[in-house]
Design a protein around this ligand. Structure first.
Ligand SMILES: NC(=O)c1ccc[n+]([C@@H]2O[C@H](COP(=O)([O-])OP(=O)(O)OC[C@H]3O[C@@H](n4cnc5c(N)ncnc54)[C@H](OP(=O)(O)O)[C@@H]3O)[C@@H](O)[C@H]2O)c1
Length: 341
């Protein structure tokens, strides 16, 4: 079978398509024949050597994929054969709080990822995907969707009538927008691309502002909430947005600290956090139990992920270049043979 290997050094130019032996599942494992995959900003960092410069090579990149179980190892129920599943981002994190071991077992680095025709995963490291989604749509769920779900539902317990601030038009932000709307919350969105504002409104954003032309947007967001501030911030900018998020959030509100698109360090005053009793909660994707809860809700509600584009999986390098260009709206996806779109 074929696999994409990040071979001897980091960088998009070091991704090579290679022939490798078909992997066989061991005890407690299943083999998933890939149908579709999706890209995350993390994959760009991983391939660039910025996520973990000590990541051993070669690496099969990409964390998010969906496929069909076509072989099971000893001790695994044969009933799983033929099941359409998504791999869990953190293979060993089943529920509760993470520990260092489970956080070190993530797909697409350090564990082999889904940029290959088949991948061996733990039998409890996969989750069935909702029937109403195509393979490509379902492949968007393991990292970006679960991160947004964890932020708003598992940590935030978002309620109807609350206000949620989302930043940008990437995978995490759009899932957060959709989950917030599904929960009956009002959404305020920021985007650095004015041409994307109408699409954000079409997805249900009540207000949209341009964080590039209006870098001090926190006050404006407060005005849009009658001075109160938003209940939840889905923070993906990090370094260059956290200070504004703390201005935008209400006393007692919740900032889900997820991404560092605008820098991994921030020179912010800690006083607004203390004086307004704000909860700043770090999020690392989520565990399997949350993934299952999210899948069940998606199945009931009929929500469909926003897919920006679909590329043949062998063109993952070009697709990653497209993601790096940041012109996308929603998820950049890869299709394997037989993928439904
Ligand atoms: N902690 C976790 O568990 C977790 C999980 C998933 C992702 N993440 C992190 O979350 C971030 C977003 O990931 P993603 O996969 O959704 O990314 P993505 O799909 O690549 O989205 C990036 C989008 O965010 C907007 N953006 C870019 N720079 C920004 C900035 N400085 N401030 C605000 N918005 C900005 C842009 O949209 P516009 O053109 O509309 O401005 C851009 O298209 C990344 O840092 C990623 O590593 C963390």
């Amino acid at each position: 079978m074929r696999a994409l290997h990040l071979r001897d050094s980091f960088g998009l130019d070091h991704l090579h398509l290679v022939d490798v032996p078909e992997p066989e599942p061991g005890p407690g494992e299943v083999r998933v024949r890939l149908r579709a995959a999706s890209l995350n900003y993390r994959d760009l960092l991983m391939v660039g050597g910025l996520y973990n410069p000590r990541q051993p090579l070669p690496l099969v990149p990409l964390s998010d994929g969906v496929g069909i179980i076509d072989a099971v190892g000893p001790g695994v129920a044969g009933a799983l054969l033929g099941e359409r599943v998504a791999g869990c981002f953190a293979q060993g994190w089943l529920d509760g709080l993470p520990d260092r071991t489970t956080l070190g077992q993530t797909l697409g680095g350090p564990l082999p990822g889904v940029a290959q025709e088949a991948v061996v995963l733990r039998s409890n490291g996969v989750v069935s995907v909702p029937a109403h989604l195509t393979d490509v749509e379902a492949a968007t769920l393991p990292c970006a969707a679960l991160t947004a779900w964890t932020a708003l539902h598992e940590h935030g317990h978002v309620q109807p009538g609350q206000t949620v601030l989302v930043q940008g038009t990437g995978g995490v932000a759009l899932f957060a927008l959709q989950f917030a709307r599904q929960a009956g919350a009002r959404v305020i969105a920021t985007s650095g691309s004015p041409d994307k504002a109408d699409r954000l409104r079409a997805l249900g954003a009540a207000e949209v502002l341009d964080h590039r032309t209006e870098p001090q947007w926190g006050r404006r967001v407060r005005e849009w909430t009658g001075g109160a501030g938003v209940d939840h911030v889905v923070e993906v900018g990090g370094g260059n947005t956290l200070a504004e998020s703390l201005r935008a959030v209400r006393p007692g509100g919740h900032v889900a600290l997820i991404g560092v698109l605008g820098g991994a360090t921030a020179d912010v005053s800690l006083l607004p956090i203390v004086m307004n009793a704000v909860r700043v909660q770090g999020v690392l994707v989520g565990h399997r139990a949350a993934f299952q809860r999210m899948m069940a809700t998606l199945g009931l509600g009929g929500m469909r992920p926003v897919v920006d584009s679909v590329w043949p999986w062998t063109q993952a390098r070009d697709a990653l270049g497209h993601l790096r260009g940041a012109g996308h709206f929603g998820k950049v996806c890869l299709a394997f043979d037989g993928a439904t779109r």
